[in-house]
Design a protein around this ligand. Structure first.
Ligand SMILES: Nc1ncnc2c1ncn2[C@@H]1O[C@H](COP(=O)(O)OP(=O)(O)O)[C@@H](O)[C@H]1O
Ligand SMILES: [Mg+2]
Length: 273
């Protein structure tokens, strides 16, 4: 029997049609090449983690997908159709919902008002009772632990706020949801709760793109890990990739102080038989 290491690099091709597909997407801000020639596929019922150092282009990519920025070149397909997202409304209408890092919740308003914020006048508009019922329904689908939908968001924990922001994004019945650093500000228990939530969103058959700095969170929930470095694709990994592989792809060096430290930690935490 050969004792070859298991490949941890994800296969580039998949037979299922992706819900989202980017080919050769580039974005320049004047002289700055924020993204160069990016390819990205996300399937229904798949969590793709987007990782990379500061300035790697993660936020720019999310802003392109949410229609905030338009790519300088390249193509974007959604459910097999080539699309152009002129503004955030176009992205939302297509079925792409974004939870930005700042969550954009109104502290003084209650959970129901936050879930329906800005939708009061839309075709989704409902009366107060219907909005409350719909809010509970969304939160229950996520098995979310919110004490009441009539308390102000200011009194909720960081994890509960993230839950409200995710529930709000599900209101438009999207096919793809983008989460920018959903666990960045959270403690251990709340992080676990939000990761559970992401798994339930995936179980509903949505595609999920999650930006994260935390390799543990990424490995816990992602089906594939896409690394960006200096605005370019720098590898696609499966969640069983080692810290060293991920750190090398993120930093572009196999031997540096970050990878040495993470190796030492991994070696120290691996029990020897
Ligand atoms: N609106 C902008 N104008 C000019 N440069 C920008 C703008 N947004 C991002 N950039 C630049 O693009 C690069 C990628 O940034 P960003 O997408 O924010 O990276 P990340 O989210 O991975 O930290 C950086 O060099 C950043 O300075
Ligand atoms: Mg960013």
């Amino acid at each position: 029997m050969t004792n070859q290491p298991k490949p941890t690099t994800a296969p580039a091709q998949s037979k299922r049609e992706p819900v989202l597909s980017l080919r050769g997407v580039s974005k320049r801000f004047g002289a700055v090449a924020a993204l160069t020639d990016i390819d990205l596929d996300v399937h229904a019922g798949e969590v793709v983690a987007l990782v990379g150092d500061n300035g790697a282009g993660k936020s720019t990519l999310v802003k392109i997908l949410s229609g905030v920025h338009q790519p300088t070149s390249g193509t974007m397909s959604f459910c097999g159709q080539e699309v152009v997202l002129d503004d955030p409304g176009a992205s939302l209408e297509l079925g792409i919902a974004t939870v930005f890092q700042d969550l954009a919740l109104c502290e003084n308003l209650d959970v129901v008002a936050n879930i329906f914020l800005g939708r009061e006048m839309s075709p989704l508009a409902l009366n107060e009772v219907d909005m409350e019922v719909k809010s509970w329904q969304l939160l229950n689908e996520l098995s979310a632990r919110i004490p009441s939908v009539r308390i102000p968001v200011a009194s909720l924990s960081g994890g509960q706020r993230q839950t409200v922001a995710i529930a709000r994004s599900l209101l438009s019945a999207p096919k793809l949801i983008l989460l920018d650093e959903p666990t960045a500000a959270l403690g251990v228990a709340q992080t676990a709760e939000v990761l559970d939530l992401i798994e339930r969103v995936r179980a509903k058959g949505l595609g999920v793109v999650m930006i994260s700095h935390n390799m543990e969170d990424v490995r816990a929930v992602a089906d594939r890990i896409v690394v960006l470095r200096l605005g370019k694709n720098n590898g696609v990994f499966l969640p069983d990739a080692s810290n060293q592989e991920l750190v090398s792809a993120i930093t572009g060096a196999s031997d540096n102080s970050v990878s040495r430290r993470s190796n030492r930690r991994q070696t120290a935490s691996t029990p020897t038989a």
